[in-house]
Ligand binder design. Sequence first.
Ligand code: BES
Ligand code: MG
Ligand code: ZN
Length: 462
Amino acid sequence: MELKKNNAKTGSKTKILVQKVGSKEKPNKETQYLATELASGKASWAFSKNEEGIQILVKENGMSVEDFRIMGFTLFEFLKDKTQDAEIEGKENCILPILEGIMLSSYRFDRFFTTKPTPPNTFNRVYFPSHISTASIEELSNTTASVFWARDMVNLPLSHLTAEQFANEISTLLTPNNISVDILEKAKIEALKMGGLLSVNKGSIDPPTFTIAEYKPKGHKNKKPIVLIGKGVVYDTGGLSLKPTPGGMDTMKSDMAGAAAVIGAIHLAAKQELKLHIIALVPATDNRPGMNAYTPGDVITMYNGTTVEVLNTDAEGRMILADALSYAEKFKPELVIDAATLTGAAVRAIGTHAAIVMGNAKDEAFTKLEKAGNEMHERVVRFPFWEEYKNDMKSKIADLKNVGGPNGGMISAGKFLETFVKAPYIHMDVAGPTWLDVKENYKGVSATGYGVRLLYAFLKNY
Ligand code: BES
Ligand code: MG
Ligand code: ZN
C-alpha cells in the first residue's frame, strides 16, 4: 500500500470524506439520513457510498484512536477489490489512525501459493490531504514495514527459517540502518559455555545462533543502554516432552515472535532516528527430540554458572533466555526488557488481547509501558512478582529447576528468569497476542506483529 500526498489532479480515485455529525461540508442525502440515524442510535460512526464516493460520519467525541484504526480496516475490506486509488479527506487526528488501519490491514502472506488467491487486492494507493505532515507519513510507512517484517518472520515455517536463516534475516534488515549486527555461531556459543541455549539445541540438526544488534546513534540520551531480548525458538516441538498434535504443536513456528518484536522495534527506532542507545539480543534454535536431545532430569550449567535441573524440555524458552539475560550484564544496561512466547499459562489467563508483564523495574517504567500499550492498542497487563512465586522453582538437586507448580506458571517462569538479570528488569510474556487463529481487524490472522509498535512507542516516549 502506497501513501501519496493528494495533488487533486489525477482522476478515478475513490473519494473518502470523514466528517463530524453536524459539519456542513458536502453532505449528500444518504449522509444526512445517516446523521439522524447516528443521533438516535448507539453506533458512533456510519458510512454511505454513492457516485461521489464514500462519506463517513462520526459522532463528536464518540471515537477513540482505535475506533479510527478499525474504520481504516473496514474501509480496506470494502475497497480491496473495488478500486486502485483512494483519496481521503478529514481532520488530522482521525486521518492518521485511519491510514494506520488501512496500511496494517493490507498485509498478505501469500508467497507459498503457486497461484495467487482471487480476487486479488487491487486497492494499493491512498492519497492523503496536504495538511498531514510528511514526518507522520514517514513514521507510519516505517512502522508498517517493521510490523510486516515481524509478521513475515513469524509466519515463515521452520522449513524456511532455521536459526541461521533467522539470524541472516535480522542482519539483512538491520545492517543498512545504522545498526551493527554480530551473529555468534555454534563454536562461539560453545566457547562462551551458553549451557541453556546449547542444551535446547542438542536435539536439533541445525546449529543455534546468538545475535547481537547494537544501535548507538550520535548524541544518544541514555548513558547506559536499554537491552531488549527476544525469545527466538524457530520451532518448538516441546523436545522429548513432546507437545501433542493437533492442538499443541501446530502453530509453534510462532515461538520466535518475541525476537521478531524486539528486532522490529530496534529497526523502527533506528529508521526514526531515536536518540537512544539500544541493544537487542536474540538467542535462537529450534527445540526438538533427537538422538542427542536434552532430557528431563538433566542438570545444565548455564552461561552464568547457575545449575538448572530440566524437568520438562518444553520449558525451553527460559533456558535460552536465561543465557541471554546474563550475557546482557556485560553492557551494564539501565533497563532490560525481554519479549517471549513463554507460557501457555499466559494465554489461558488473559487470551490474545494483551501481553502479561512483570518485573522489578521501577513502577514508572511499567506505567510508561502501559501508556505505550494503550496508545498503540498493543496492551499489557501487569502481574504480581512476589518472592513466594520463586519457591516453585526450587530443585532438590540443583540451584533451580525449569518448571514450577501447576498454577501461575507465567509468574514462576518470570521469577526463574529474574535470577539471571542484575539490571532493572521487565519480562513480557507475549504468547497470547502475537498469534491469532481467527482474523481480527487490522491485526489480520496468524502473525500479528504484536510488540513492534508497543516497544517503539515505549522507546519514543522514554
Ligand atoms: N512456546 C511455549 C509456550 C506457548 C504456548 C506459546 C502456547 C504460545 C502458545 C513454551 O515453550 C512452552 O511450551 N511452555 C510450557 C511451559 C511448561 C512446560 C512449564 C507451557 O506453557 O506449557
Ligand atoms: Mg516449549
Ligand atoms: Zn516455546
